[in-house]
Design a protein around this ligand. Structure first.
Ligand code: ATP
Length: 355
């Protein structure tokens, strides 16, 4: 077991900075996801931890030891790639055994370790097959097996489920969570899929343009997003975000947009009157009662609930979740209310901070 510490880590490619001032402490045994849109720097961060890229500045420590100059093979980590990277000409058994063979582990011991891992991942009946004779999910399990057999201090996983169909992804998510609980190993998982990060992680590190935006447990990231970007990125359907103007009224605050005027707060001491952004999750809207009215633009039925898009004024759109049995016709006007206790307020700009 090992903790992983990034201290003021930078990574530049020429004049382009891919990762900036990264401070991140991953506790021993923790499952941490690096999450963010394409190009945010998450893979570069993982590759620096793996030793496949070298930091341009700062320090990376595994288990207290600075590894900046340690080659990948000496870091006691195992990495699982999106592409699986299996050897097509070798059987499943030989693929799993490969890291042990490279380390010259004696055959008898090797067979024993492979058998144990195969049993753990339900691969025993497939040991004699070649990767080409396996489904995507089975191939992914072989790739996991090859990482597990080395019993490393830290597991690094780079979008390992992205080549699987939705159902299998859901199944493998649960398998990985169970595996992590059983092994208790430090796992660092790169994904752009917020559902994966939310369901699997102890903590999520959300990145944008090379900068860490928030590092917190899933519930905290959902309930108290650190800034507007995180608020919009986490949650499906996304949080409604509407620009407006914040003003002081008496002891409290109000936020006015083109179409709404709502009490907000309490806000942080540093909050200032001026441009701000209102955030409300779709579950914070109730259709059918309330002082506001809007046009029903779209009703999407998911089975157990409906996702309804409302239009206010000319351009404001709000998404609401409604019960499946609430019949709403597109094009009609409906009353609605906003749960003001569930409002979030952010400063202006893409990463405007939570106020
Ligand atoms: P994705 O989900 O698309 O893989 P990511 O968040 O993992 O994205 P990175 O692969 O870490 O992003 O890349 C971060 C930025 O650094 C990107 O803009 C990318 O183009 C750039 N980058 C990565 N590797 C190199 C390289 N070897 N040379 C130049 N630029 C690079």
């Amino acid at each position: 077991m090992a903790d992983v510490v990034f201290s003021n880590v930078q990574k530049s490619f020429g004049t382009f900075t891919a990762v900036r001032d990264l401070d991140l402490t991953i506790k021993s045994g923790e499952f941490v996801s690096l999450l963010g849109p394409s190009g945010c720097g998450k893979t570069t961060t993982l590759r620096m931890l793996a030793g496949l890229e070298f930091p341009s500045g700062g320090e990376i420590r595994i288990d207290g030891k600075v590894v900046n100059d340690t080659p990948p093979g000496k870091r006691d980590i195992a990495m699982v790639f999106q592409s699986y990277a299996l050897y097509p000409h070798m059987t499943v058994g030989k693929n799993i055994a490969y890291p042990l063979k490279k380390r010259r582990v004696p055959t008898a011991e090797r067979d024993q370790m492979v058998a144990k891992v195969a049993d753990m991942l339900q691969l025993t009946p497939l040991l004699a097959r070649k990767p080409g004779q396996l489904s995507g999910g089975q191939q992914q399990r072989v790739a996991l097996g090859r990482a597990l057999v080395r019993d490393p201090k830290v597991f690094l996983l780079d979008e390992p489920l992205s080549n699987l169909d939705a159902k299998l992804r859901g199944y493998m998510r649960a398998e990985l969570v169970e595996l992590h609980a059983r092994l208790g190993r430090t796992m660092v998982y790169v994904t752009h899929d917020q559902l994966e990060a939310m369901t699997m992680s102890d903590r999520i590190a959300i990145m944008l343009n090379g900068d860490l935006q928030q590092f917190a447990p899933p519930q905290q990231v959902y309930r108290a997003p650190a800034n507007r970007f995180v608020a919009g990125f986490i949650g499906t359907p996304s949080m409604n975000l509407v620009d407006g103007e914040l003003s002081r009224v008496g002891d409290g605050w109000r936020l006015r947009t083109d179409t709404l005027d709502l009490p907000v707060g309490p806000l942080i001491d540093q909050a200032q009157p001026g441009p701000a952004c209102m955030g409300i999750r779709p579950e914070g809207l109730t259709i059918g009662t309330g002082d506001n009215t809007a046009e029903v633009l779209l009703v999407e039925e998911t089975g157990h609930e409906n996702i309804v898009t409302l239009r206010l004024g000319t351009s404001t759109r709000l998404t609401a979740r409604t019960p499946a049995d609430q019949i709403l016709r597109m094009g009609t006007r409906v009353p609605f209310s906003i749960d003001t206790s569930a409002l979030h307020v952010f400063g202006p700009g893409e990463t405007g901070p939570r106020l």
